[in-house]
Design a protein around this ligand. Structure first.
Ligand code: NDP
Length: 486
């Protein structure tokens, strides 16, 4: 663990097994309530001492964050290797994600220069109003295993830029890169106590962090079930909360779409990160008149997807996070078959070509899926696509919105009027038109409905880590005379 600028060991440890090789990979300290208490105390002290972080000029925080990012750039290969091995994902994706995390950090650092405020000057001559943004305080960050660095960097540099201090609880499965970047912060001169990491399980460390009265906000990425529990617990203490939760994105493909790019986007959208992705395009809604041909081409495209070990530079898809999760995904596939969907491709565990010791599932497509089926409704978090047809625009919108989730949706058509009108009616935080899983540091990211609360990235992402303060200033009677001018 990393607390107050130093390593902390515990007698109890957590073993991590490689999802791709099935062999022991890492051992992490197993923290508990005591370690959470120590980390929160360190973060609180660092926050309350305004002269070291929360009260210094934003430009100074920006410079410190930038020095830290330079060290992360230096260590990109090492971080990407850890990430690829821990998650089981192909190395080229882990590298790309590390670079993306750095880009998020650079953007957040720049925002530290320009945290907005307002001056209200029309509330009477005897009054002046200041509307200022203050750092929220100590932030508890709880992150998942699917994109350990990216999910962290959608939070951490933004909170730091705002002037907050943090205690992070990474997933017990993938704590490696979080610990590494925390230690690099010290090398970069970020004061001790500003970033702390407590490793351990959600049941102990996560619960202790959520319930700790010294934490001002919890920023969480993970499942909707845990997100709802965290929201309830935070409500008891009126603790602020940001939740980035699950999804069940639909891609709507109209007959007038550019079919080649739609095939590419949909194939990419359902297999990225082995389908362990909250905005995964797990439902394909396709206009009936083109459905048969489109599915045939998509199946052909899926045959070319390369599944491989983390060090396979050409691999598109890696291993699922652990055996239990693989069994859950295979269970959803069995349910799809039992409920009458047609299995077009995949559907099984892959064990050939050196994959036998890992948890690999073949890219899987079901057609003939109806809205009552489990694979249409639930977040599977594996490389499984459910295909449903529609006849009218209204039916497409109704099907896309027929879910408790609302993170992302895609629309594919060459008719710009239709694209914009459909986008307006989709109940999700992001809509992609003729593209999918596009991302930008400037664009806010977050969900409607069960997909979460609040936004990450963009200026909105930074403002989540601030509180608004209104200051009324009463001005005295004008007690001076204007100088006479001749
Ligand atoms: P969880 O939501 O359980 O885990 C996410 C993080 O929350 C982990 O760090 C976990 O700790 C922690 N956590 C678990 N329980 C609590 C708690 N009671 N209080 C505070 N923190 C807690 O997701 P899983 O990893 O178990 O994955 C289950 C399913 O969630 C997936 O199959 C997928 O459907 C969805 N999911 C969605 C993600 C997204 O990006 N939206 C990301 C990950 C999962 P730990 O695991 O270390 O015990």
């Amino acid at each position: 663990m990393w607390i107050n600028g130093g390593w902390l060991k515990t007698a109890k440890t957590i073993e991590r097994t490689s999802p791709a090789h099935g062999a022991p990979l890492a051992r992490f300290a197993e923290g508990g309530e005591g370690e959470v208490g120590a980390a929160v105390a360190a973060a609180r002290a660092a926050f309350d001492n305004r002269s070291i972080w929360s009260g210094i000029p934003g430009s100074e925080r920006a410079k410190a964050i930038t020095r830290w990012l330079e060290l992360i750039v230096r260590d990109t290969d090492r971080l990407a290797t850890i990430e690829a091995e821990e998650v089981g994902k192909p190395i080229r994706f882990a590298k790309g994600e590390t670079e993306w995390a750095i880009e998020l950090g650079r953007y957040a650092a720049a925002l530290a220069y320009q945290i907005p405020g307002d001056l209200v000057n029309n509330i009477g001559d005897a009054n002046l109003g200041l509307v200022s943004r203050e750092p929220r305080g100590v932030i508890g960050m709880i992150t998942p295993w699917n994109f350990p660095l990216v999910t962290l960097f959608q939070k951490l540099p933004f909170a730091l830029a705002a002037g907050c201090t943090v205690v992070i609880k990474p997933s017990e499965l993938t704590a490696g890169t979080t610990l590494e970047v925390a230690a690099l912060a010290r090398e970069a001169g970020i004061p001790d106590g500003v970033i702390n990491v407590v490793t351990g399980s959600g049941r102990t460390v996560g619960e202790a962090l959520t319930g700790h009265p010294g934490v001002d906000m919890i920023s969480f990425t993970g499942s909707t079930v845990v997100g709802k529990r965290i929201a309830q617990r935070c409500a008891e203490q009126m603790k602020r909360v940001g939740l980035e939760l699950g999804g069940k994105a639909a891609n709507i493909v109209f007959a007038d779409a550019d079919i080649d790019s739609a095939i590419d986007g949909i194939a990419f959208g359902y297999i990225l990160n082995q389908g362990e992705e909250c905005v995964q395009g797990t439902r394909l809604l396709i206009e009936e008149s083109i459905a048969d041909d489109f599915i045939r081409q998509l199946v052909e495209r899926s045959r070319k997807i390369r599944i491989g070990l983390p060090d396979d530079e050409q691999a598109d898809v890696g291993a699922l996070i652990h055996e239990q999760h693989m069994e859950k995904v295979l269970g959803y596939i069995r349910t799809g078959v039992e409920q009458g969907a047609k299995l077009e491709i995949g559907g099984e565990r892959l064990t050939g070509d050196g994959l036998g010791k890992g948890y690999f599932v073949a890219p899987t497509i079901f057609s003939g899926v109806t809205p009552e089926m489990t694979i249409f409704r639930e977040e599977i978090f594996g490389p499984v696509l459910a295909v449903t047809t529609f006849k009218t625009v209204e039916e497409a919108i109704r099907l896309a919105n027929d879910t408790n989730y609302g993170l992302g949706n895609g629309v594919w058509t060459k008719d710009i009027d239709k694209a914009i009108q459909v986008s307006r009616e989709l109940k999700s935080g992001t809509v992609y038109v003729n593209t999918f899983l596009e991302t930008s540091v400037q664009m806010p990211f977050g969900g409607f409905k069960d997909s979460g609360l609040g936004r990450e990235n963009g200026m909105d992402g930074l403002l989540e880590f601030t509180e608004v303060k209104s200051t009324f200033i009463k001005l005295g009677k004008r007690g001076y005379a204007l100088p006479h001018t001749v």
